[in-house]
Design a protein around this ligand. Structure first.
Ligand code: PMP
Length: 427
């Protein structure tokens, strides 16, 4: 049993000693002390179904024994900087990761986070092309350092950064966007930005396949092939941010971009890659990777032996436990149940996503699509009391983000939907 400080004591310390910018979703934030696969346990040993932790890092399940064992074995043996010496943990994981990539994407740079991965990817695109302009999508989240914050396109995540050379294209959002599900029409805006906002040449384009922070917005079909075409014509590189949609989460594919039938020039990843261990990666072609030999490029811990041992264990678990297949089967089942819930509750405006990356958007008026922000928080709080944790996102804060560890079962899906149904029925 847990004998540490209580939630109140931790909260008091957090208020005094931690950044005032930290936030939490719940009226009474949870003190989580243990994790086991898709479950979290609070200080009293109460169990919660974690239907959000998949995004907050965990892909195989909390404390998955194989991943823990790999981490422990490696840290007992050696933990060091990545750069100066040889160690097989690093090259073994790079090889295994390259094996999962399409085309000639086989050179890996490791980082400590998604932000770092996207910063590096954008720099590589700028070096390779000799251009500065980068196009990203409105409603995107790509990180919070100087460059990536420029690419991120939601005011709530943007501080006063100099947004040099970043343009934000029309978001191909099938629910709220002006062209509905016609991806090609939205992509015309990328061409317009190139034609009217740049020299005609650009460094590149960066986007998620399914926007996570933005509220599980799956880009309209046909968008990426058309946008990539314009970018390539303008000499730019196409960057796929797979920080959330990658690693089998979408079920139908291992990488999110694959559903649109494109092959990017650079792929970035983080979060699920290490099942909770700080790790990110940029994967590109040998030819593009060459640009980083022009100067010295160094990252003390990016892809250190302990983190890469975790990464390799994750790939093995995904394979061994058929997690991609599970994401497809359980995700489709869950999505269907949520669509049925939409038929029952007027407040649900949209159910969307793929595999175990699903979104439920709440509106007070289906015609006007008025965001039901307070109701979203209310439902989250109520189902938490019933033992179910989900996330929240979208520009208006009115979208449930359901992104559980990939070991989620149909019974878990039923429990989640029943808790939501019960709460909505009482509203
Ligand atoms: N890209 C996407 C799509 C993300 O969702 C995030 C994090 N929410 C990032 C990049 C940044 O990752 P990190 O927080 O590890 O820097």
């Amino acid at each position: 049993p847990y004998t540490g400080p209580s939630a109140d004591e931790i909260m008091a310390k957090r208020k005094e000693f931690l950044s005032p910018s930290l936030f939490h979703f719940y009226k009474n934030p949870l003190n989580v002390v243990d994790g086991r696969m898709q479950y979290l346990f609070d200080e009293n040993g109460r169990r919660y179904l974690d239907a959000f932790g998949g995004i907050a890092t965990v892909c195989c399940g909390h404390c998955h024994p194989d991943v823990v064992e790999s981490i422990v074995n490696q840290i007992k043996r050696l933990q060091h900087s990545t750069v100066l010496y040889l160690n097989h943990a690093i090259s073994d994981f790079a090889e295994a990761l390259a094996f999962k990539m399409p085309g000639n994407l086989k050179v890996v740079f490791f980082t400590n986070s998604g932000t770092e991965a996207n910063e590096l990817a954008m720099m590589i695109a700028r070096l390779y092309t000799g251009c500065n302009d980068i196009i990203s999508l409105r409603n995107a989240y790509h990180g919070n350092a100087a460059g990536t914050m420029g690419a991120t396109a939601q005011s709530i995540w943007k501080f006063n950064v100099i947004q040099s050379g970043v343009h934000h294209a029309l978001n191909p959002d099938p629910y709220r966007g002006v062209f509905g599900s016609d991806g090609e029409k939205y992509a015309k805006d990328v061409q317009d930005i190139i034609d009217f906002g740049t020299t005609g040449n650009v460094a590149g384009f960066i986007s998620e396949a399914i926007q996570g922070v933005g509220g599980i917005v799956e880009l309209a079909p046909g968008y990426l092939p058309a946008a990539y075409k314009s970018i390539k014509k303008a000499g730019g590189l196409c960057i796929a941010d797979e920080v959330q949609a990658g690693f089998a989460r979408t079920g139908s594919h291992f990488w999110g971009f694959e559903a649109q039938g494109v092959v990017p020039d650079i792929v970035t990843m983080a979060k699920g890659i290490g099942n909770g261990i700080p790790l990110g990666a940029v994967v590109t072609t040998p030819e593009i990777a060459e640009v980083l030999t022009r100067r010295s490029y160094f990252n003390t811990f990016g892809g250190n032996p302990v983190c890469t041992a975790a990464g390799l264990a994750v790939l093995k678990v995904i394979e061994k436990e058929n997690l991609q297949e599970n994401a497809l089967v359980v995700g489709s089942y869950l999505k269907n149940r949520l669509i049925e819930l939409k038929d029952k509750h007027e407040i649900i405006g949209d159910v969307r996503g793929r595999g175990l990356m699903l979104g439920v958007e709440l509106v007070t008026d289906r015609q006007q699509k008025t965001p039901a922000k307070a109701e979203t928080l209310h439902v989250m709080d109520q189902i938490k009391e019933m033992g179910v944790l989900i996330g929240k996102g979208g520009f208006y804060g009115n979208v449930f983000r359901i992104t559980p560890p990939l070991c989620f079962t149909k019974e878990d899906a039923d429990f989640l939907v029943d808790a939501m149904d019960y709460t909505m029925s009482k509203m």
